[in-house]
Structure formats: C-alpha cells, structure tokens
Design a protein around this ligand. Sequence first.
Ligand code: ARG
Length: 466
Amino acid sequence: MADGTDQKSSNQMWGGRFASGPSAIMEEINASIGFDKKLYAQDIRGSIAHATMLAEKGIISQEDKDKIVHGLNTILSEIKAGTFEFSRKLEDIHMNIEARLATLIGTAAGRLHTARSRNDQVALDFRLWVKEELQKTEGMLTALIAAFLDRAEENADTVMPGFTHLQTAQPVTFGHHCMAYVEMFGRDRARVRHAIEHLDESPIGAAALAGTGYPIDRHMTAKALGFREPTRNSIDTVSDRDFALEFLSIASICATHLSRLAEEIVIWSTPQFGFIRLSDAFSTGSSIMPQKKNPDAAELVRAKTGRINGSLVALLTVMKGLPLAYSKDMQEDKEQVFDSAESLELAIAAMTGMIRDLEVRKDRMRAAAGSGYSTATDLADWLVREAGLPFRDAHHVTGNAVALAEKKGCDLADLSLEDLQAIHPAITSGVFDVLSVEASVASRVSFGGTAPSEVKKQIAWWRGRN
Ligand code: ARG
C-alpha cells in the first residue's frame, strides 16, 4: 500500500529477517522515491549494462539476461508513458524497478542484483545523472558566452563609464564590460569540463563496499556506460559524493556570476542610469504604478543564487561527519543537486535571453561616461608623458583641475586652456586630445585593456575557442 499504513508485511526486497513492516513514520523518513524517480533512465541503463556483463562472464544465463533486458525496456516505456505505479513502500527507484521486473519476468528478475548493491547502484545512477547535467550546463554556458560575444562585437566602441566602488572611475567600452562576463562564464565552463573529467569513472561493481567474489568485469560495464574507466577503490566509490559537491560548487560560483550580472542589469535599467532597456519579454509591469517596467527576471536570477549556495552548504554539512563507507545520510544528496540544477538552468536561460534582447542605450552611456571626471587619470598620464612630471605630482595637479571643474560645475574637457594653465603652466592645447572619453578608451591598448582594438582581439580569441 503506497500510503504506508500497512504494518504487517515486511519489505519484499530486503525483508527476510524482519518480522513486521516499518512503521508509517519509518517508511516516510526512509523513502526517497518521491525524488529519486528522476533517476529511472540512468537506473535502467545501469542495470542493462550490469546484466549484460553478468551474462558475458557466465554469471547469469543469456536467457535470463534477455528476459531482464526485455523487462527493463518495458519498464522504461511504462515510466515514460506515465503508467508505472511508484510505491513508497518500495523505498526508492532501484527497488521500485526491481519489484516491477519481478512481476513482469518472474524469478529471472532476482538474478539482476547479483554482484551489486544499492550502494554502487545509486552511486552509478547519480553519477550518470550529474554527468548529463554537466554536459547540458556546458552547452548552456556556451550559448550565454555566444550571446555576450555578439553584444561585445556590436559594442566594441560603445563608451560607458567604468566603475570602482560603483563610483565613476575611467571610461571603458560596453564591449569590454561584456567581455568581462565572457571571462567569468568561460571559467565556469572550464570548471564544468574538469568536473566531467573527474567523475568519468564507473562505480558499478564496487558492490556494498568491498567489491565482490563473482568474476565480474568492471572495465566492460564502465565502457558500456560511457565512462573512461572503473573507480579504483570500492570503499571510496560507495562513500564518495565529490561529484555532487563539485557540481554544487560550480553551480554556486556560476550563480554568483549570474547574480552580479543580474545586479548590474537591475541598476542599468533604472531611469536614473538608463544604460539599457530590457525587452518586454524579460520584464513585468506593476499592478498599481502604470509607468513601471520591472526587471523581475534579473531579480529572480539574483535570488536563485541563495538556494544554490544553500544546497552546497547543505550537502557539505551532510557529508562532513560521515565515517566510510555508505550511510543513509547520503540519500539527502539528490534533492539539493536536482533543485540547484533546475535553478541554474533557468537562471542561465533567462540571462541568455536578457542579454540577447536588451537594448543598449549608447547615448545614455556616452553621456554618463563623460561626467564624473572620468578622464582625470588621462590628464595625469598626459602630464607625465608630455610635461615630464612625476606621476605623484601629476596626480596632485589633476586633483586641482577636478576641484576647479567641480567649483565651476563643468567637466574636465569644458575647462578653458587658461584655466588649466593657471593650474600648471606646462599644459598645452594638446591636452584636449586626451580629455575626451573616446580618446581615453582608444589609448588603453595594453593587453586586455579597454581600447576597441584590444577588445576586438579578445573577441576573436574567444570565437576561436567555442
Ligand atoms: N535510496 C538510497 C540512496 O539514495 C539507495 C541506497 C540505499 N542503500 C542502503 N544500503 N540502504 O542513498
């Protein structure tokens, strides 16, 4: 009975030594079928590979193997079609599938679990799932990076203010700013690729924790399941959840990047900044204030970071006190990973859409770039280069020029030559060439700098790496 009230019958899969069934509370705390049914395809794939190997090695007959494989494929279609009845009494996906197999093919079903345990079985299923998720994440990050590369290309010479402390610092290009995110998401993608490599070892055959006396071939199952090789220590294999922790760490760092970007989008889309306009597709209105266009998607991306970081901390905490090898605590690994995977996918997809759709308001960026004395460093550099001043003195002279501009309520470029010469006699009209924001960005040609020529080089480098 799926409601867990039947106390009389013990679990049909492991109940041999139990006189009565679990209490309803025991059943409720023990069962994972509510969430690990997500692993059904991986479980069936793993079982088919295992049964095939058992038959190859003469551990079970070909005939039994054929029945098992046929039965498992039937179950796969039943689950896909939504006709499979999951039972909480059968605890988890592994036993739900095995019990159904017994109903479908009879005694041969009992041979499938030879030389394996649910401990290596769940390690296998979950690894396969995380591997697929990482591959999906890799593709999604590539799409996000591509969106940024396109925007960077269109805006390689769109001037905007660059900030430190969220105070205007120096003019940069929007293309350069976009490329900063390409670097961040590029690192995330590299981490994803490393994680795929790390987890590419097959756990099946580690059995409960000690390996098995049956003449199994773990290399054969590893190959059949698309792993590079089998894991090398059976104790570690069933107690390891590093692959889940790595997924959550990567997801947390990536979500942090997405959240910083979301924060910038929120700021940029305010009327006060007005650097971008979000498309209608990625914003909402207010039910009371008709003028509003809210960046809800960005805000939710920012907020998803909380639950993803929470999942990482939750699983680290589950694992930190566990003696080797398997403990049931480890069953708590899945929901954290499933929830984070869903949140991360949604956040990357929403961000990719926003970046592709957003309107860049070049005029607003240009106007903001010119205010706030953003070319003060250029003036100081000019004094060093053209008038031979030590940088510290040039910094001081420039400070005086900023103070004067502030007093007059104008920008540095609006000061007259006379004003500037009164501050330092070595200043000539040539200084106006560097006081414009365009000249400022064009001059920053150091490797990785903001000059459009440099930004274009970096775009080309990334385009060659997808
Ligand atoms: N549902 C369990 C989990 O997710 C499967 C492994 C159970 N193993 C055991 N020895 N009880 O961890």
